[in-house]
Structures are given as C-alpha cells and as structure tokens.
Design a protein around this ligand. Structure first.
Ligand code: GTP
Ligand code: MG
Length: 370
C-alpha cells in the first residue's frame, strides 16, 4: 500500500498513537489517528523509532521465477508448424504419418490401435514440420482435445470408404474449439469402395466446406498405402503454415506443454514435452504442473540424445520428481528452491480443490436424498 493510517503505523511500530502524532508534528505533519499518511512520511517516522517500514509488494513465486515478458518483434524467428493428425479409429492416421516419415509405427502398435500421442519432427522440402499422432478410439477424447490445443494445424483424416464417423465429428469440434486451421486428408482412395465426394458432402454438414466448393478447408485425396497425394498434403501444410507466419523467440527460457507423461521403472518419470517458445536445455530447472526437476536427459523421437530443443520441437525428458499430467504447461525457471516452493503451493491448492469438490458432491447427494 502507498499509505497507512496513523493508528496502524503506531500499532506496527509498537508505539502509542500519541508518540507517533508527536513525531509527525516534529516533522511538520499534523494528523490524527485515522488520517492516512504516505509511505515516505511513514518511513521517516519509523526511522525515528529505529524501525523500517517495508513497502508491501506482493509478488507471487510465479512472477519471480517465470519469465513472462512479451517477445520483441526483432527477437522472433520462424518456427516449424505443429500439426495434429486426428480422425476416427482405423481411418489411417498412423499409416499416413508412417508414410510421411517412411517408418512403420502401425505394425508395432498393440492391435494396430494407437494408445498415446506420438510426436515426430519430419523434414519436408528442407523445412521442419512437427506432427502429433492421436488415437481415434473413443476412449481418448482428452488426448484429442490436448492435441488440438497444442497445435497450429489439424489434419483431419477421413477414410473414403467409411466416411464421417463419431470421432471425426468430435475431432472437428476440438479443432474448432482450439481455433486451429483444418486440412482434410481423404484417405484410402486406393480402396475399391472409396468415395471422396461422399466424404466432402458429409463434412459440409459439420461446417467443413471444401475449397473447391467455395469454402475455406483444403481437402486432399490421399492414400497412405500407395503414397498418392502425400506430397500435395505436405505442400498444403507448408502453405497454411506460411500464411500463419508462425514465430517464436528461441533465446529465452523454454515454455510449452506436456504432451504425455509416464513412469518408467528404471528412468523414473518421463515426459514428452513440446517446446512452444524459448529453448529447453539439458540441466534446466523445469516446473510442469505439480512436478519439478532438472532436465536430466533429453531425447528426440528417434531416441537420440540432444542437449537443447528449440520452439516446436518435441522431446522426451527425464528428471522430473513426479509424473505431470498431459496438457499441463511447463516452464524453465530461474531458481530451484522457489520452483520447489511453487510446486508445493500448487500441490496444496490441488488437494484443497479436490477436497472442496468432494464435499460439494456430498452435499448434492445429501439434497438428492431429501
Ligand atoms: P487408430 O490409431 O487406432 O485410431 O487408427 P489409425 O487411424 O491410426 O489407423 P491405422 O493407420 O492404424 O490404419 C488402420 C488400418 O487401415 C490398417 O490396417 C492400415 O493398413 C489401413 N490403411 C490405412 N491407410 C490406408 C490406405 O490409404 N489404404 C488402404 N487400403 N488401407 C489403409
Ligand atoms: Mg493410429
């Protein structure tokens, strides 16, 4: 506060009001018990009482250790687009990414079903594109939502022989809620029953109007199996990315989002992090939700150890003291002791939240029974 009443000042100085008023008068200030005096005058009086009044400025730990300043235009550099691949189960999301990356992830998946978010960087025409693969199974709603939140562009995969399905619609909602650009990949056009026209017609019902029909959503017919249309899809991704002028500042402490995290028996908590701004370095102190730690090892998607990760780069990180939640934001911070204190605060707040939620439910139940 910039001012204090005479009465309050006396209280803090453990002096009588009369003593304080007397000192004030000696300094040419005439005030009574409830009058406000400014900070400088109060300090003067306090000094005479051999005390110091400290300006009470409330600074949260977050403000102390997290650099939240705006980037200057001249510090910004172009970054890779982050693209999430979404769609109904089995419509070919992972196959499409496999074909793009010339890998074969699909065959190593249990039952051919993606269970988590895979994060990959791919070089396209000498430019990097970051891809996130999401599961199409209905049980993974939060992963699709999370994927959409962390990204710039959503590639909506719809199988041309199956058409729009429940998780296609759900993915559209997530992409729209996250305000990301949508590109439709009409997949499996090599199949005998493929009907891309039907897919496009169905999509218009959900506000996805293809460019060739006067809308603003590019629809690219592709086949993950034969490779048809993959280059068109990649070029479209780069085109949309260019229009968005995606930029970040690599020269600041990293911040970003936890894509997913798990506990490894040998290595402890492992988190896949997507750097959204700044650069993450080995040895950085990181706060992620209610987890904290120093970045011990960083590996890219091919398991190769790296020492730093710039904006749009996904990395696997070890060194956190617990498993953060997918969707948590993370920040590289400047002070380890305060970082631990901050996480302690967050853990307490979370516990209270849980407790409050529980009591509320109990009350509701109580009313229901009456
Ligand atoms: P979830 O991760 O479980 O949601 O599935 P997904 O969308 O990743 O589908 P996935 O890539 O696992 O492919 C499902 C099946 O479709 C596999 O048997 C693929 O071989 C097949 N498939 C994918 N793309 C194509 C394609 O373009 N043509 C044909 N003929 N088959 C395809
Ligand atoms: Mg998959």
């Amino acid at each position: 506060p910039e001012s204090i009443t005479v009465g309050e000042l006396a209280l803090r100085l453990k002096a009588t009001v009369a003593e304080v008023i007397k000192k004030l008068m000696q300094n040419g200030v005439f005030a009574s018990i409830n009058d406000e005096i400014d900070f400088d005058t109060a300090s003067l009086v306090a000094m005479e009482f051999h005390a110091k009044v400290e300006k009470e400025v409330e600074v949260t730990i977050e403000e102390q250790i997290i650099d939240d300043s705006e980037d200057k235009e001249e510090d910004l550099e172009t970054r890779a687009p982050v693209v999430v691949v979404m769609g109904h189960v089995d419509h070919g999301k992972t196959s499409l990414l496999d074909a793009i990356r010339h890998t074969n992830v699909t065959s190593s998946e249990a039952g051919g079903i993606t269970q988590h978010i895979g994060a990959y960087q791919v070089k396209v025409n000498d430019r990097m594109v970051t891809f996130l693969d999401t599961p199409g199974h209905e049980a993974f709603t939060t992963m699709r939502a999370r994927g959409a939140m962390a990204t710039d562009i959503a590639v909506l995969v719809v199988a041309a022989d199956d058409g729009v399905m429940p998780q296609t619609i759900e993915a559209i909602h997530h992409a729209k809620a996250a305000k990301v650009n949508i590109i439709v990949a009409v997949n499996k056009i090599d199949k005998p029953g493929a009907n891309p026209q039907m897919v496009m017609e169905q999509l218009t019902k959900y506000g996805i109007v293809p460019e060739e029909w006067g809308g603003n959503v590019p629809c690219i017919p592709v086949s993950a199996k034969t490779g048809t249309g993959l280059n068109d899809l990649l070029e479209m991704i780069l085109l949309v990315a260019d229009m968005k002028e995606l930029k970040a500042n690599p020269n600041r402490p990293a911040k970003g989002v936890i894509i997913e995290a798990r506990l490894d028996k040998g290595r402890g908590p492992i988190a896949t992090m997507l750097v959204q701004n700044g650069t993450l370095h080995q040895g950085d102190i990181v706060v992620a939700g209610t987890s904290v730690g120093r970045v011990r090892a960083m590996t890219n998607e091919s398991g190769r150890e790296i020492t730093s990760a710039k904006p749009s780069v996904p990395v696997e990180v070890t060194g956190l003291d617990s498993v953060p939640a997918g969707g948590d934001t993370f920040n590289a911070v400047s002070d380890e002791r305060l970082a631990r204190e901050l996480v302690e605060q967050r853990r307490t707040a979370k516990k209270e939240e849980k407790f409050n939620a529980r009591t509320k439910v109990t009350l509701d139940n109580l009313f229901e029974q009456m």
